[in-house]
Design a protein around this ligand. Structure first.
Ligand SMILES: Nc1nc2c(c(=O)[nH]1)N[C@H]1C(S)=C(S)[C@@H](COP(=O)(O)O)O[C@H]1N2
Ligand SMILES: [Mo]
Length: 547
């Protein structure tokens, strides 16, 4: 950044700028946008080598995500759901374009001031990239090179042949050119049509070239590499296969979600603006911290260990009552208990912190990971290697714990520590350090607001109490009695259960409610609580009209 704001860089240029100050302001703004596009495109291309998280938009967006107060983030998740990231990136890009237009506007008056503006956004990009978790000094390169090129592009548009032609009378060297005040008004009002077109074409080419070059390069290089590595993986057969799903686990009720959630429909929640691309060849898992024997495992080491395969229902703490941030998959992985036993946790190491390739952390109670449940380092999801968005190559899955305290994707480290000594990512942001999944039930059909014909209506949905199990589900119409629903076959206590109930629907407006009772006999509370700090409670309620 000092490179651009230094007096030696701006000094000689000031003279040139003074002479060509006739580029109309609007065209200057466009030149600013073109310069910014080139900066971002170049930065994207460089970030192919230095890591996608060093790209300025992603780095700045990442800082925004990490700094955003928790309620704001929850709002963004609510409003944009999975599109929140795209919204953030587009928002950052729009802000950047606005700022760039301003810089261009200023630059036609004073090029040094324009450079200063570029230096400011270059500095923001560098600072954001350097402060991302795990960033090395090379993370500064994309923004640095982008800013230098942006300065060159801006200068070229403002003082180069296209800008000179726009500025008015053909020869910029004559005396009138010095007194720009006299020449400007007419030049601004009627720039030569040909010059105008050429300038706009130049801007268009710069923006288009930067976009195609920057994102195309990234798409070709990075997207391919890790995806190809993933496609080449042959997962070993589990030493302990998943129990076959009992017949009738998935009653064919129209509108009821499927028992196993296909990977493409599985909800995705994480703080990563771009999906981390972790090459399984270079991947290492470190088991560190308060252990007798720190361990390092490669992907091959992991695949060589005996594997288990289990159906487990994963749920997000941000799931509203009735929400769909929950899904069931058949996970293949290495059991965590024996691995942790090999490392040998020391006394007081009551928390296992999972750390991902992008620096995100979560903490699970050591006692939960070693109590015999099927906590695992998952490598497979529904018969294929983990999809990139779901944590490829390795993630954690723990039955009974919300994802934010257990299910670390793109896992690179397990650190044994204590809850007293370390707060994982979401804890200082106001979420509970402990996150056992709360018993919940959901009505999938009929949907809220539907109009139905009177007669028999099948009401159906899912209920879950991971690692405890569901004993009973009941439905209530309006203020009537709770009616027992029929439970479908159960796969295990770690999965959700489908339920259905035949409702003799009578004409009128009706309210349907559902509640579950877990295997210990505890009835799901009707007290409505928000998702923060440790998961929503209350009964899912659906209003329908029967005619
Ligand atoms: N690296 C990383 N892992 C993460 C998260 C994250 O933000 N970063 N989010 C967690 C949360 S809050 C949930 S609910 C689950 C969601 O897993 P999924 O996206 O595969 O459904 O991932 C967990 N693992
Ligand atoms: Mo979550």
């Amino acid at each position: 950044m000092g490179v651009m704001s230094g007096p030696d860089a701006t000094g000689p240029v000031a003279t040139t700028a003074g002479r060509s100050g006739g580029v109309p302001a609007g065209y200057g703004a466009l030149a600013g946008v073109a310069a910014a596009a080139v900066a971002v495109g170049v930065a994207e291309a460089v970030a192919v080598l230095t890591g996608s998280r060093s790209a300025p938009l992603v780095a700045v967006g990442g800082v925004v995500v990490d700094l955003a107060p928790a309620p704001l983030k929850q709002f963004a998740v609510d409003v944009f759901y999975v599109y929140d990231k795209i919204a953030l990136l587009v928002g950052t890009a729009v802000l950047l374009a606005g700022f760039a237009a301003l810089v261009g506007l200023v630059a036609v008056r004073s090029l040094p001031l324009g450079y200063a503006g570029i230096a400011v956004f270059g500095a923001v990009g560098v600072a954001a990239a350097l402060t991302r978790p795990g960033a090395g000094p090379v993370a500064a390169l994309p923004s640095l090179l982008g800013a230098v090129l942006a300065a060159g592009v801006l200068r070229w548009f403002v003082t180069g042949p296209l800008g000179r032609a726009l500025a008015g009378p053909m020869d910029p060297a004559d005396d009138a050119g010095q007194e720009s005040g006299a020449v400007l008004p007419s030049a601004t009002a009627h720039p030569d049509a040909y010059a105008r077109r050429r300038f706009l074409t130049g801007v268009g080419l710069a923006v288009g070239g930067a976009t195609v070059g920057g994102y195309g390069g990234r798409w070709l290089s990075t997207r391919r590499g890790v995806s190809d590595a993933r496609a080449a993986i042959r997962l070993p057969a589990p030493a302990s296969p998943a129990a076959p799903l009992p017949a009738g686990v998935d009653p064919a009720v129209p509108g009821l979600s499927s028992f196993v959630t296909p990977n493409r429909d599985f909800y995705r929640i994480d703080t990563a603006l771009v999906v981390p691309r972790v090459d399984p060849d270079g991947w290492r898992l470190q088991i560190t911290g308060r252990v007798r024997h720190p361990l390092t495992l490669s992907y091959a080491d992991l695949l060589a260990r005996p594997m288990i395969e289990r159906h487990i229902t994963l749920a997000c703490v941000s799931n509203e009552v009735g929400g769909d941030l929950i899904g069931t998959a058949r996970w293949l992985g290495v059991p965590l208990g024996p691995l942790l036993a090999e490392a040998g946790p020391l006394d007081g190491a009551d928390q296992v912190v999972g750390r991902s390739a992008d620096g995100w952390t979560c903490g699970s109670p050591t006692a939960v990971l070693t109590d015999g449940r099927d906590a695992m380092l998952a490598v497979g999801m529904n018969g294929e290697p983990l999809p990139l968005a779901h944590g490829f190559p390795v993630r954690v899955v723990v039955p009974g714990l919300y994802g934010y305290v257990s299910a670390c994707k793109w896992l690179v480290e397990l650190e044994l520590t204590s809850f007293a000594d370390f707060d994982a990512y979401w804890v200082p942001r106001g979420w509970s350090a402990r996150g056992p999944i709360k018993t919940q039930s959901r009505i999938d059909t009929p949907r809220a607001g539907r109009t139905l014909p009177a007669g028999e209506v099948v009401v159906a949905g899912v209920a879950w109490a991971q690692h405890v199990g569901i004993r009973q589900v009941e439905v209530r119409v309006d203020d009537g009695d709770w009616q027992p629903a029929t439970l479908a076959a159960t796969a295990s206590t770690d999965t959700w259960v489908q339920w259905s109930w035949r409702w003799p629907a009578t004409p009128g407006e009706h309210t349907l409610r559902v509640r579950a009772t877990d295997a210990s006999g505890a009835v799901q509370t009707g007290q409505a609580r928000p998702v923060d700090p440790d998961g929503a409670t209350g009964w899912h309620t659906v209003r329908v009209t029967v005619t």
